[in-house]
Each structure stands twice: as structure tokens, then as C-alpha cells.
Design a protein around this ligand. Structure first.
Ligand code: ADP
Ligand code: MG
Length: 387
């Protein structure tokens, strides 16, 4: 799917040339899960998989959007009619991009838009942020707004929260907009401070194998909301602004602190967030020191924490992790919001055939499990204009 073919499809649909083509990638998160809405740390990597949009402005306030992965229909609405959730389905993402820019004080025109994406939906690779960010970057450039990327990521998050209605944090959008090729993005979601941390897997003789469990997660569902609310309540009870602020505590110190929370569920949620923030910083330290193999146990510990404390894993993800480790992987964890999606596996290339065979067999042995899919992840560039 090249920029030229997205532009050609645009021309065939709308009978004119697009003003440009932009792309924004999906991501995996190395470590730092459910920390982003707790003002914490994350360490995502952009994927070669991306959403590409061809866009041209209109002068009549009409918006027409089409997706190659949609039902074939061109969805139409007007800029004037935009209000939270006024457009449903996938078109809510481009509608949300227009809405949030208008809310931010910019006059927005109508547009024609054609989308083509190879980020799988609902697989925890953030197809929604890829789409949202591709449209926002296109509008930012077409309208000459010059919005800094971290702020554009905040606007993308606001569109997903307030327009689409999904209570997501800011990691996915920042990864899509700010990641660079060959690096992981160390992001402090409190102040958006960020640093590119070189991640040369090949030089370390390693690969990141991604296992798509083929279990579709759902972000806007009650489970995500419940955890988010539990984290906020815990922070209140502990007298801090966000759970990120209990970062200093560890070991016994952490136990003493957790004992102040009145419910086991809150203690578990808090323990995950606090230890996960520590794991992100540990992982960054290992990458900086070039000790990539030592990242394995950190990933695996992160999985145990999200399985046992945050309770966002599922049998398919646990099976992929356990099977990969038994087949010689250095470390493995479910990545993304949880309840399925993808598992990342850090391993030597020589182990990949054995791991994929073992995971495939483990899934086949279970009734009703979809066959898993696999690819290897190489850190790709963030969002950019293609033409
Ligand atoms: P994730 O972001 O993890 O892939 P989400 O549930 O957050 O999962 O977002 C998936 C939704 O994003 C889809 O249901 C669809 O509405 C929208 N989407 C993403 N990419 C496309 C696309 N290429 N065409 C149409 N809709 C898309
Ligand atoms: Mg999403």
C-alpha cells in the first residue's frame, strides 16, 4: 500500500487529486501498561504498520470520508453539525479530529478523505490512534497550524476521550506522532517529556516477535473504566495527585503504603502501577547500557503484574507468554490495553520457528481459540507526510 495508490484511490472516489498523503503508525508498547492515565512512564515503539490518509479541503463545509477497510460507503456529515458522538462508527475518528481542532480554536473546513491502513483493528496495536493521528497531522499541515507533536497527541487523546468516547490515556497517540525509527520512546505522560532510546535489536542478536492472539480487546468497555476509576480512587486515598507519585516506594515500603488502602482490588491496582513505572525505568536503563538480553525478565515480570495484580490478561495471552518462555524466549508479555490483542516476545532469531510452532500448537489444542498470527517488529518512524 504505497502513497501513490492511496492517492489514486482518492482520485477514483472523489474525481480530483488529494492535496497530500500522510501516514501514522501503530505501535507496540515494550513496557508501561495502564501507566499513562496515572501520569506515569511508557516505552512504546512504532510499527511499520500504518494508517495512510489522502486528504483535500472543501469550501462548502461538507466532510466525506471513506476507508478501504470499511463497508465501502462514503460517510458524509458537515463540519457545522460536529458535536461529541455526532458521527458513529469508524468515521468518528476523522470527525473527532475536526471537532477537536475546532474546539482548540481553529476554523476547520470540510474535507474529502480516503483511508487505507494495514494496522489490524482491535489487536492492541492501536489502529485507532494511527487513524486519528494521520488525520490530525494532515489537518495540521493543510491548515498551517504548526502544532507541536506532543500537543497534537494531547488533542488526539481528547478527540478519542471526548468525541469518540473511549477513556484512553495519551501513550498511543504520542507513540504514533513522536516515535522515531530505530528507537523506543521513553515518555513521561505527566509533562510529555520524552527521549528517544536507541533500540538496535539486530546488533544485540535479538528479535521482537509479535504474537497476535486474535482475541479482540475492547477499550471503551467497563473493565477499562473500572480500573481507571480504581487507580484514581487509590491516588485520592493515598493523598497523591496520581499513582505515579508513589513511585519512590518499593518492597516493604510499598507494602506499608498499600496497607492504607481499604480494598484488596485497590491494593492490586496500585501495586501494578507502582511496580510497572519502576519496570519502565529499569528497561530504559538496560537499553541505555546496551543490555538488551536483560530486558527479557523485566517484560515477563510486567506480564505477571498485569495478569495477577491488574487482572487484564486472558487465557490466550497467558498461553502465548508461557509457551514462548518454555520454548526458549528471553521474555514475553501482553502489550496494549489488555484482554487479548498482542503478546511481544523477546528472543534470539534461532528460537522463532520453535516458538511460533509451539504457540500455534498450544492454541490448536484449545477448543474455540483462533489460530494466532505472528510478525517481527522493527522500530519504525513516527507519523509523516508521504507526498
Ligand atoms: P486498536 O486501536 O487497539 O486497534 P480500538 O478498538 O481502539 O482498537 O480501535 C479500533 C477501531 O478503529 C475500529 O473499530 C474502527 O472503528 C477504527 N479503525 C481503525 N483503523 C481503521 C480503518 N482502516 N478503517 C476503518 N476503521 C478503522
Ligand atoms: Mg485504540
Amino acid at each position: 500500500m504505497e502513497a501513490a495508490s492511496v492517492a489514486e484511490e482518492f482520485a477514483a472516489l472523489y474525481g480530483r487529486e488529494p492535496e497530500g498523503v500522510w501516514q501514522a503508525p501503530g505501535r507496540i508498547n515494550l513496557i508501561g501498561e495502564h501507566t499513562d492515565y496515572n501520569d506515569g512512564f511508557v516505552l512504546p515503539v512504532a510499527l511499520p504498520h500504518a494508517a495512510r490518509v489522502a486528504v483535500a479541503r472543501r469550501d462548502d463545509g461538507l466532510v466525506r470520508v471513506h476507508s478501504s477497510q470499511g463497508d465501502g460507503a462514503v460517510v458524509e456529515f458537515t463540519v457545522d453539525s460536529l458535536a461529541p458522538r455526532s458521527v458513529a462508527g469508524w468515521a468518528a475518528y476523522p470527525a473527532g479530529a475536526l471537532w477537536v481542532l475546532r474546539e482548540d480554536g481553529h476554523p476547520v473546513p470540510g474535507i474529502d478523505l480516503h483511508l487505507d491502513s494495514d494496522v489490524p483493528f482491535g489487536a492492541g496495536l492501536s489502529s485507532s490512534a494511527a487513524l486519528q493521528c494521520a488525520v490530525l497531522l494532515a489537518l495540521d499541515e493543510l491548515l498551517g497550524l504548526g502544532i507541536e507533536r506532543p500537543r497534537l497527541a494531547r488533542l488526539a487523546q481528547r478527540a478519542e476521550n471526548d468525541y469518540v468516547g473511549a477513556p484512553v490515556g495519551v501513550m498511543d497517540q504520542t507513540a504514533s506522532l513522536c516515535c522515531t525509527e530505530g528507537a523506543a520512546l521513553f515518555l513521561d505522560t505527566r509533562d510529555m517529556a520524552q527521549r528517544q532510546v536507541p533500540l538496535d535489536l539486530a546488533a544485540a542478536g535479538l528479535v521482537l516477535l509479535v504474537v497476535d492472539t486474535r482475541v479482540e480487546h475492547g477499550h471503551a468497555d467497563g473493565a477499562y473504566r473500572r480500573r481507571r476509576e480504581g487507580c484514581e480512587r487509590s491516588a485520592d486515598l493515598l493523598g497523591v495527585k496520581a499513582l505515579r507519585d508513589v513511585e519512590a516506594a518499593g518492597g516493604r515500603e510499598l507494602d506499608v503504603l498499600l496497607a492504607r488502602l481499604p480494598e484488596e482490588e485497590l491494593r492490586r491496582l496500585t501495586r501494578h502501577v507502582v511496580t510497572e513505572n519502576a519496570r519502565v525505568r529499569e528497561a530504559v536503563g538496560l537499553l541505555d547500557a546496551g543490555e538488551l538480553r536483560s530486558l527479557g525478565p523485566v517484560l515477563t515480570a510486567g506480564h505477571a503484574s498485569q495478569r495477577d495484580d491488574f487482572a487484564i490478561s486472558c487465557p490466550q495471552s497467558d498461553a502465548a507468554v508461557d509457551t514462548a518462555l518454555a520454548a526458549g524466549a528471553l521474555g514475553a508479555r501482553q502489550t496494549g490495553g489488555g484482554f487479548g490483542g498482542c503478546v511481544i516476545v523477546l528472543t534470539e532469531p534461532a528460537q522463532v520457528p520453535g516458538i511460533t510452532a509451539a504457540v500455534t500448537a498450544a492454541y490448536a489444542a484449545q477448543d474455540g481459540w483462533n489460530a494466532p498470527a505472528f510478525f517481527t517488529a522493527t522500530p519504525a518512524p513516527g507519523a509523516r507526510r508521504l507526498r
